[in-house]
Design a binder for this molecule. Structure first.
Ligand SMILES: Cc1ncc(COP(=O)(O)O)c(C=O)c1O
Length: 376
């Protein structure tokens, strides 16, 4: 039987495929140092677990409103000056939020500009929405706004901005965002801002949100998530903050797609917003220390740009590869032969690189780098 052209044109997420291989090897008893993961090593806060259990015990086990429970939406809206609960929709993680966003803004053949390297699902999600991803190279991991401007054509519908960035850890400065804002206004484009890593910014910098630019509120779709921010990746809670007109479209889609995000989990998420601020601050400090360690080790081995955010390094390993060897082949060898998992750059549209996650226990980070050095 024939599958749809749409699904035939899409590829499985390379990160989930690689993670499945890691799990398979672990299940067979192989000891793996997993620097390929995309989640922090911290525990989900006890307060969140307790609130989720409490919600379950209170039988919050039925459908919730499609867009999410009112209390959670209202609390999230407080982060966005001028917004209320009607500007928020709760989704199954940022992943579904992004998928939904592309579904509601793309018509067939519309183009969406995605700076490269990029998170693995952006191009595939655009394709699944009938659109065409246009990958525009970054320059030293920063936005090349002139290249973005050159890539804009009559079919361009949106630009994706992901800062802090996966896989590079780059944090885009306000000046770059200003240029993108001007382009969006000049060419009547949507801006899809993936701010999944907004908590994780180091060196005294702050995550600059596109939301600060009031003039683009009608064309801005902000996506954030509880996954990385509160160590709740398995809860699957994310959200979109945008114009209520776009929220209506997203709600229509969600009413046919998932109905709602798991009701008791939304209550758990609500409790995360009441956490003592000291806790996320401590996570960030610990990750900054690990960033320093990981960057120091990576820079000894590879050509590596120091990341200011997220929890990844994205070194250029091309100088270390044997002639003809790809980063995918290198990562596969590293996993199978030395038991260290890193993500090949191909997953992010850029061969010759690997992504190393430093949000792991320090001893694992150190022995992971020791083994990478030996393997080289
Ligand atoms: C840039 C980026 N966006 C979105 C997601 C999806 O996150 P969530 O777990 O909230 O679906 C990830 C997860 O790795 C990511 O790195």
């Amino acid at each position: 039987m024939k599958l749809s052209q749409r699904i035939q044109n899409s590829t499985e997420s390379e990160t989930t495929r690689f993670s499945a291989r890691v799990q398979e090897l672990t299940a067979r008893g192989k000891r793996i140092i997993n620097l390929a993961v995309g989640q922090p090593q911290f525990d989900t806060p006890a307060q969140v677990i307790a609130a989720t259990v409490k919600a379950l015990e209170a039988r919050k086990t039925k459908y919730s409103p499609v867009g999410g429970i009112a209390s959670l939406k209202a609390r999230l809206a407080q982060q966005f000056d001028g917004y209320d609960g009607d500007n928020i929709i709760i989704t199954n993680g940022a992943k579904q939020a992004l998928y939904a966003a592309f579904q509601v803004i793309c018509d067939p053949h519309d183009e969406v500009i995605v700076p490269r390297p990029c998170w693995v699902s952006f191009p595939e999600q655009v394709k699944l929405a009938g659109g065409r991803p246009v990958l525009v190279d970054t320059c030293n991991h920063q936005l090349d706004c002139d290249a973005v401007a050159r890539a804009i054509g009559p079919q361009t519908r949106a630009i994706v901005i992901n800062s802090p960035n996966n896989p590079t850890g780059a944090v885009y400065p306000k000046t770059a965002l200003e240029k993108i804002v001007r382009l969006a206004q000049q060419h009547d484009l949507y801006l899809v801002a993936d701010e999944s890593y907004d908590l994780f910014v180091y060196d005294g910098l702050k995550s600059e949100s596109l939301f600060q630019f009031e003039q683009i509120r009608d064309r801005l779709i902000v996506i954030r998530s509880f996954s990385k921010h509160f160590n709740m990746t398995g809860f699957r809670v994310g959200y979109i903050a945008t114009d209520s007109f776009i929220i209506s479209a997203l709600t229509r889609l969600q009413s046919h797609l998932t109905g709602n995000v798991c009701t008791f989990v939304q209550h758990g998420a609500l409790s995360a917003l009441d956490l003592d601020e000291q806790l996320p601050a401590a996570w960030r400090r610990e990750l900054e220390t690990k960033r320093n360690l990981a960057y120091h080790r990576a820079a000894e081995l590879f050509d590596c740009i120091r990341p200011h955010g997220a929890f990844y390094l994205f070194p250029d390993i091309s100088g270390q590869l044997k002639a003809g060897m790809t980063a995918l082949a290198f990562a596969t060898h590293l996993l199978e032969d030395t038991g260290v998992a890193v993500m090949p750059g191909e997953a992010f549209g850029m061969g010759g690189h690997i992504r190393i996650c430093f949000a792991v226990a320090e001893d694992k980070l150190v022995s992971g780098f020791d083994k990478i050095a030996e393997a080289l």
